[in-house]
Design a protein around this ligand. Structure first.
Ligand code: HEM
Length: 498
C-alpha cells in the first residue's frame, strides 16, 4: 500500500515539475564566461553577429551573453525574432537605457530611437512617418529626386579613371536627409551640409558599445575626473546643437506652404498644436523636437550610404546581373526617361536587386537593442522583465538551412519563375528583416528602400560599372564593423552606356 502511495506521489511530483516548467519556460542557456568580463574574451568584438551565429548551432535559437556587467539575450532565428518583435511586440518594445553616452547624446533618452514606448513616442513616430512619406513618393518630387540622383550619376560619369565612390555616395545621402528635414532648397547650404557631416561622422564612433569611451558607460562617475572621453562626448553634444541651430535657420528660409516644408517644420507645427491641447503626455518640449529631427540624421545617413557603397562593389563584379538590369531599364524607362519610385512594380529585376542588397549586405546586422517590459518566454525560454535583447538579423539573412548559398548575390531569390516580383507574403520576403519588425520597425524603411531602388535603376540606365584598380572583397563576411558593417575601400571604373 505504502509503495502505491509513494509511486502515485512521485508521478504527481513529476507531472507538476514538467507542467510548471512548461508554464514558466526553461532557463536561457549561456556559455560559462570569466568573472567580471563574462563572455567578452570569447567574442569576435568586431563582428559579434558572426560569433552569435556560430554559437546558435550549439546553444540554439535563444541564448544569453555577458559583456562585463551587462547581460543580453540574443535571438538568432526568424521564428524567435518574429515571436518577439511581432507576436509579442508590446512586451519587446522597450529600449535598454543604461548606456551613459547614449543618454548624454539623447538628453536622457528623450529621442525616438532610444526612449521607452509612450504616447509621445507614438505621436512623434507618426509625425515623422508622414513627412518621410511626403518626401519619398513621386508627387512633386520627381524632378528633385531625378536631379539629386542624376547628379550622383553625372559625378560618376565625370571620373575618367578608377575611383572610390564613397564620398560621392555619402554626399548624395546627406542631400536626401537634408531634403527630408528642411526641403529641397537647402540641400546645397554649405553650413548645413558641414553641420550634418561633422555630427554624423562623430556621433557613431562616440557611442560605439565596445569603442573608445565605453569606460563611461561602465563607470559614469569617471566624468568628474576630467577624462578625455568625457570631453570628447561634450564636443559631440556641442556638434549636435550646432546642427540643430543650422536646421532651424534653414527651416526659416523654407517656404510657408506646408507641402513645401520639411520634417523640422512639421515637428515645430506639431509642437505648437500639442502644447495648446490638454493632454500632458503629448506635450512636446524643444528637446523632444530637436531629438526627433537629429534622429533622422543619425539613423538615416550611415545606413543608406553603406548599403549603396556595398552595392557598387557587388555590381561591378556581376556583369551578368548588370546586363539584366540594362535590358529591363532600356525596355521600360528608355534612354532619356526618368526612373520613378512607382516604377518598382514595372522594374522587378531592379527591385529584386534592392531587396537582395538589403539581405546580402545587411549593414545593420544586429539591429538596435530591445528591452522587455514584462517577464515572458521566447521559443519556450524564460526572459525576465527588463532583459536586454539583441536580434541577430545577420543569422536570418544568411541562414544556410533556408537560403541556398547565402553568400552568393542572387536577385532571383525575390523573383518567381516567370520573372515577377514575389509577393510580400512569400517566405523569402518574410525573412527580410533589414528594417526590424513590429512596434519599433524602422520608420525610414520606405525612404531607404525607394532611394536604393532609384540609385540601382538610374545607374543601370546610364553607367556600365566594372572593378577598378583597388580591389577588395564584396563578401559581407569581410566587412569591417563600427556601429554598422562597413565595406572595405575599393575603386570602380564607370563608362557611359551611350
Ligand atoms: C538602408 C537603410 C536603413 C536600414 C537598414 C535601417 C534599419 C533599421 C533597423 C534595423 C532599426 C531597428 C529596428 C528595431 O528596433 O528592431 C531601425 C530603426 C530606426 N530607423 Fe532605420 N534603417 C535605415 C534607414 C533609415 C532612415 C532613412 C531613417 C530616417 C530618415 C531611419 C530612421 C529610423 C528610426 C527613427 C529608428 C528607430 C525607431 C524606433 O525606435 O521607434 N532609418 N532602422
Amino acid at each position: 500500500m505504502l509503495q502505491i502511495v509513494l509511486a502515485i506521489g512521485l508521478i504527481g511530483i513529476c507531472i507538476y515539475w514538467i507542467t510548471s516548467k512548461r508554464r514558466s519556460g526553461e532557463a536561457v542557456p549561456r556559455y560559462r564566461g570569466l568573472p567580471f568580463i563574462g563572455n567578452l574574451h570569447q567574442l569576435n568584438l568586431q563582428r559579434p553577429e558572426l560569433t552569435f551565429t556560430d554559437w546558435s548551432k550549439d546553444l540554439g535559437a535563444v541564448f544569453s551573453v555577458k559583456f562585463l556587467s551587462d547581460e543580453f539575450v540574443v535571438l538568432n532565428t526568424n521564428a524567435a525574432i518574429r515571436e518577439a518583435l511581432v507576436t509579442k511586440r508590446d512586451t519587446f518594445a522597450g529600449r535598454p537605457q543604461g548606456a551613459f553616452r547614449t543618454g548624454m547624446i539623447t538628453d536622457g533618452f528623450q529621442d525616438i530611437t532610444f526612449c521607452d514606448p509612450n504616447p509621445r513616442w507614438r505621436f512623434l513616430r507618426r509625425t515623422c512617418q508622414r513627412s518621410i512619406k511626403l518626401s519619398s513618393d513621386d508627387s512633386g518630387n520627381r524632378e528633385m529626386l531625378g536631379d539629386m540622383i542624376a547628379k550622383m550619376v553625372n559625378a560618376f560619369l565625370e571620373q575618367k579613371t578608377s575611383f572610390n565612390p564613397r564620398e560621392t555616395i555619402y554626399r548624395t545621402t546627406v542631400g536626401i536627409i537634408i531634403k527630408l528635414l528642411v526641403n529641397e532648397r537647402c540641400t546645397a547650404d554649405e553650413d548645413l551640409v558641414k553641420a550634418v557631416v561633422d555630427y554624423e561622422k562623430h556621433v557613431l564612433s562616440a557611442t560605439m558599445p565596445t569603442g573608445k569611451g565605453f569606460e563611461l558607460d561602465l563607470f559614469p562617475w569617471m566624468r568628474y575626473f576630467g577624462i578625455k572621453s568625457y570631453k570628447y562626448m561634450q564636443y559631440v553634444v556641442h556638434l549636435r546643437d550646432i546642427l540643430w541651430d543650422e536646421l532651424k535657420k534653414a527651416e526659416l528660409r523654407g517656404g510657408t506652404d506646408a507641402e513645401d516644408q520639411g520634417l523640422v517644420a512639421a515637428l515645430l507645427r506639431a509642437q505648437d498644436e500639442m502644447n495648446t491641447a490638454n493632454d500632458v503626455h503629448l506635450k512636446l518640449s524643444d528637446v523632444h523636437v530637436k531629438q526627433a529631427a537629429i534622429d533622422m540624421v543619425v539613423a538615416g545617413t550611415g545606413t543608406t550610404t553603406l548599403h549603396m557603397y556595398a552595392y557598387f562593389n557587388i555590381i561591378s563584379n556581376h556583369p551578368d546581373i548588370q546586363d539584366r538590369l540594362f535590358r529591363e531599364v532600356d525596355l521600360i524607362v528608355g534612354k532619356h526617361g526618368t526612373v520613378s519610385v512607382n516604377d518598382r512594380k514595372v522594374l522587378p529585376i531592379c527591385f529584386a536587386t534592392t531587396l537582395e542588397l538589403l539581405r546580402y549586405a545587411n549593414i545593420g546586422a544586429i539591429g538596435l537593442p530591445h528591452a522587455t517590459l514584462e517577464a515572458t518566454t521566447i521559443a519556450g525560454k524564460k526572459i525576465a522583465k527588463g532583459a536586454q535583447v539583441l536580434t541577430n538579423l545577420w543569422a536570418v539573412h544568411h541562414d544556410e538551412d533556408f537560403w541556398e548559398e547565402p553568400f552568393e548575390f542572387r536577385p532571383d531569390r525575390f523573383l518567381d519563375s516567370v520573372g515577377r516580383l514575389i509577393p510580400a507574403s512569400h517566405p523569402n520576403r518574410q525573412r527580410m528583416l533589414a528594417f526590424g519588425a513590429g512596434a519599433r520597425v524602422c520608420i525610414g524603411e520606405f525612404l531607404a528602400t525607394t532611394r536604393l531602388f532609384l540609385v540601382i535603376a538610374s545607374t543601370a540606365q546610364k553607367c556600365q560599372i566594372s572593378p577598378g584598380d583597388l580591389r577588395s572583397s564584396y563578401d559581407p563576411r569581410h566587412y569591417g564593423h563600427g556601429m554598422m558593417l562597413n565595406p572595405p575601400d575599393y575603386e570602380i571604373k564607370v563608362k557611359g552606356r551611350y
